[in-house]
Design a protein around this ligand. Structure first.
Ligand SMILES: O=C(O)c1ccccc1NCC(=O)[C@H](O)[C@H](O)COP(=O)(O)O
Length: 207
């Protein structure tokens, strides 16, 4: 079954909706974004996340101190690096990690092989911020990827309608969504439920 990460949660109601609907990962935004929250806010939200659902902290070019403080205070299970962090930087910090790549062309897909991380998140390039743009990239660019599909998380402009064809085409380990489960700039419990239902009932080729 394809795993789902719901990203950019800010309200308890939506954390609960994601958990109840079967999300495997929940993302808290610590980088500049309309979805950015403080470490203390995330700590409060984390109280509503059971241990089987993994808490992901999303950062863009953070300092080591910022990452360590958030991991410790919130009890993060994964750190998502969404900027230009080097493989050495991620390695030195040593936390379970997800590295995001903004895909403009195949050369961006190839960059993934320089990193030794738990998951590789392929996303559309950001617009106002480094991610969360709600835009789709060309999934065919992943056809030649050398990264094993069971380490790939597909992101970028996914929603209740396109997540099934996306999974059928890419067969990723997981899918990630932010804008696609929002209405008027705010997360929507019904859309979260519909997205998770769609993503977890369609079969990919490999999983
Ligand atoms: O969501 C943001 O606002 C954001 C800002 C800066 C860096 C990363 C950000 N999001 C990280 C994610 O994992 C998003 O879910 C991913 O980019 C997909 O977003 P969307 O296209 O809106 O579904």
């Amino acid at each position: 079954m394809t795993k789902v990460k719901i990203c950019g949660l800010k309200e308890v109601e939506h954390v609960k909706a994601a958990v109840d609907a079967g999300a495997s990962f929940i993302g808290f935004m610590f980088a500049p974004s309309k979805r950015q929250i403080t470490i203390n806010h995330a700590k409060e939200l984390a109280k509503h996340v059971p241990t089987h659902v993994k808490k992901v902290g999303v950062f863009v070019n953070p300092t080591k101190e910022e990452v360590c403080e958030a991991v410790e205070t919130v009890g993060l299970d994964f750190v998502q690096y969404h900027g230009h962090e080097s493989a050495d930087f991620i390695q030195e910090l040593g936390f379970p990690s997800i590295k995001a790549f903004s895909i403009r062309g195949y050369e961006d897909v190839e960059k993934a092989s320089q990193y030794d991380v738990d998951y590789y998140l392929f996303d559309a390039p950001g617009t106002d911020f480094a991610g969360g743009s709600g835009r789709v990239f060309d999934w065919t660019l992943l056809e030649e990827a050398t990264i094993s599909k069971d380490r790939v998380i597909l992101a970028g402009g996914l929603n209740c309608k396109n997540v099934c064809p996306a999974i059928q085409q890419v067969s990723p380990f997981g899918v990630d969504v932010s804008s696609g489960v929002e209405r008027d700039g705010r997360k929507d419990a019904d859309l979260i439920k519909k997205f998770i239902q769609a993503a977890t009932t369609v079969k990919g080729v490999y999983i």
